[in-house]
Design a protein around this ligand. Structure first.
Ligand SMILES: NC(=O)c1ccc[n+]([C@@H]2O[C@H](COP(=O)([O-])OP(=O)(O)OC[C@H]3O[C@@H](n4cnc5c(N)ncnc54)[C@H](O)[C@@H]3O)[C@@H](O)[C@H]2O)c1
Length: 313
């Protein structure tokens, strides 16, 4: 089968591609597994390191360009993971761009699927940003949506498209509302929730992170691994199990900033003590003591972490 990922060079797109190549198969509408013969990775940017796998092919281009879009979706395309998006902070700052990519290009992509005539399976990465304000402890799939950002509204619009294109038999759609995926490696991105990863990632790298919200702020979080497993599960689940509403809220962990900081603190202390024990054993065997550089680095990391904890309160 031929599988396409939009946003294939992104944080989740690249991880999904790796997992798909590893797994090697996906289910079809009858629940039968089929080998993935082609994996097409579509993105505006090239893969930082191209996949060394004959099944993977990268196509660099803009999905809002109709010519490019129709050139990447063809009669052989069986399944699509639609992950390309303008993330929350940028969609808020540039309304026109968010509408063009998150809404207009998504609709064009759905129409390209419709024109295939064979009802491809499509998994859409939506977001819990379709909700706004205070949320109850348990948020069911059918809880009223109240987006308070342009990004959340744009995701909600595409969710409705997908339900209707599915009802019409144009696609076999599945919408997964992703919570904040944490920890995202690398540099901070333009998502409004970027700090959720930053407050863990930066201190682990010995850097200071600034947290823009109070310590009692509660976040809905999911690990990258579980997010990828969920996208695959969302693809393979039988249509009958979903019914007419194809929208699923992904489960996650509900943690306050204070709880995240406490967990980080615990894991850093564990890391430092195991490093110290390792070094102490090594040092006594070799009859020498740990060098001054590593102690200085550790002292820096500790003081950065304290500064971080303080600036988050
Ligand atoms: N990561 C999260 O915490 C999170 C949470 C909720 C929802 N989501 C959704 O999951 C999806 C993937 O998220 P991510 O964290 O991997 O984002 P990401 O920004 O890392 O990846 C998105 C990719 O889409 C590409 N892209 C953007 N516009 C494009 C265009 N016009 N044409 C082609 N490619 C384009 C970007 O170059 C980027 O590589 C997105 O739809 C996002 O809205 C992510």
């Amino acid at each position: 089968m031929k599988v396409l990922i939009t946003g294939g060079a992104g944080f989740l797109g690249r991880r999904l591609a790796t997992k798909l190549l590893e797994r090697g198969a996906l289910k079809d509408a009858d629940g039968n597994e089929h080998a993935i013969e082609q994996l097409v990775l579509v993105d505006m940017v090239a893969q930082p390191v191209p996949f060394a796998d004959a099944r993977a092919r990268q196509l660099v281009g803009d999905i809002s360009d109709p010519k490019f879009l129709t050139s990447v979706i063809d009669a052989d395309t069986d399944s699509i993971f639609h992950l390309a998006a303008i993330v929350s902070g940028q969609a808020e700052a540039d309304f026109e761009l968010g509408m063009r990519i998150n809404v207009d290009a998504s609709r064009r992509l759905l129409d390209a699927c419709r024109s295939l005539g064979h009802c491809p399976r499509l998994v859409f990465a939506s977001s819990v940003a379709v909700y706004g304000g205070e949320l109850p402890v348990l948020v069911l799939d059918n809880a009223p949506i109240t987006p308070q950002s342009s990004y959340g509204m744009q995701k909600a619009v595409v969710e409705l498209f997908i339900n209707d294109y599915t009802r019409k038999g144009f696609i076999d759609g599945r919408v997964l509302r992703l919570p904040t995926i944490c920890v995202r490696p690398g540099k901070p991105n333009a998502a409004a929730s970027s700090f959720a990863s930053g407050i863990i990632r930066e201190p682990l790298n010995g850097e200071t992170a600034i947290c823009p919200v109070g310590e009692n702020t509660r976040l809905w979080l999911l690990s990258p691994q579980t997010a990828i497993e969920s996208l695959l599960f969302g693809h393979d689940i039988a249509a009958e199990a979903l019914g007419t509403n194809r929208i699923i809220n992904l489960q996650g962990r509900s943690l306050t900033i204070a709880e995240m900081v406490a967990a980080l603190e615990k894991s850093l202390v564990r890391k430092w003590s195991s490093e110290f024990n390792g070094r102490a054993t090594h040092a006594s065997n070799a009859s020498c003591r740990p060098g001054p550089v590593s102690w200085t680095q550790r002292a820096h990391a500790r003081s950065d972490f304290r500064a971080t904890s303080t600036s988050m309160r």
